[in-house]
Design a binder for this molecule. Structure first.
Ligand code: NDP
Length: 266
């Protein structure tokens, strides 16, 4: 019997996850099918229950349901507990196992694909939503010298700073600071906006990373003007977090480079 998986979101039609998992399944010869399910905004749990009844083995969860997935999971992996957000569900008998692979996806992209060593670096993480929350511990595990979090709503940055023992700053307080890695985990790029970063934020040989993918963003333009050495969008993270979910479900680690290249050319 073909094992069934899907990504659940609202909207979901734009998701590249079905294409990515189809590539992984073909490559690793797994007998599985992966679709996209649009869940009503007010009824995510019912959608999950329906998939379980239909015999699905697992699901990815995307905007805006990651927090709700964290709430309904019966068992949580440590990184989902940290993130308070779930992007990977596995259905095992009566249990709903919740995990969060976003952080591993980001780290694997930066270290494995971009070949950027995180150890001892100064990291600026912009944003304090689900995406930022999910990547703090995986970044910290790479032993950077410093992680500073900046967010438009300072209260949220302060909460995360306290929880993860990192530093919170307002955007204006960043003036005069320099970072080796600047990560845009805000949704500003979706609206064609740029977080209010001061000039001179990039250290020599800095990496600018926008989690958004699929187009040049105002942050990527700013990074270019400000002399960042390497500028990346979030496509690699997307494929790497999918690979991590695939590994959880199938116990096989797919090759990601060819899939990233294929998606870039689409
Ligand atoms: P949330 O809605 O949870 O959080 C949004 C964050 O962006 C908040 O911190 C918000 O600040 C901030 N923000 C929004 N607009 C602006 C602006 N104009 N200037 C400065 N800050 C702003 O979103 P997520 O955390 O879930 O997602 C963030 C981004 O990461 C999205 O673009 C998403 O597509 C991307 N992402 C990419 C992934 C990948 O695999 N590549 C995986 C997961 C996410 P405030 O608190 O003040 O409202």
């Amino acid at each position: 019997m073909t094992d069934l998986y899907a990504v659940i979101g609202n909207p979901v039609a734009h998701s590249k996850s079905p294409q990515i998992h189809a590539e992984f399944a073909k490559q690793t010869k797994q007998d599985m099918a992966y679709g996209a399910i649009l869940a009503p905004l007010e009824d995510f749990p019912a959608t999950v229950e329906k998939l379980r009844r239909e015999g699905y083995r697992g699901a990815n969860v995307t905007v805006p349901f990651k927090r709700e997935a964290w709430r309904i999971a019966s068992d949580l992996a440590a990184r989902a507990l940290d993130a308070e957000s779930v992007n990977t569900l596995s259905f095992e008998n009566e249990k709903i196992l919740g995990d969060n692979t976003d952080g591993a996806g980001l780290v694997n992209d930066i270290v494995g694909n971009l070949r950027f060593d995180i150890r001892n670096t100064r990291i600026l993480l912009m944003g304090a939503g689900g995406a930022a929350r999910g990547v703090i511990m995986p970044l910290a595990e790479q032993r950077p010298g410093q992680i500073v979090i900046a967010n438009r709503t300072m209260e949220k940055a302060l909460q995360l700073a306290e929880k993860f023992s990192i530093t919170a700053k307002t955007y204006s307080d960043l003036a005069g600071d320099r970072f080796d890695i600047v990560i845009n985990a805000t949704s500003s790029s979706l609206k064609g906006e740029l977080p209010p970063l001061p000039s001179g934020i990039f250290a020599d040989n800095a990496l600018a990373y926008d989690m958004m993918y699929g187009k040049q963003t105002p942050f990527m333009e700013f990074a270019r003007e400000q002399g960042a050495s390497e500028i990346a969008d979030g496509l690699g993270m997307l494929v790497e977090q999918a690979a991590e979910s695939f590994f959880i479900w199938r116990g096989v680690r797919p090759e990601t480079k060819a899939v990233i290249e294929k998606l870039k050319s689409c």
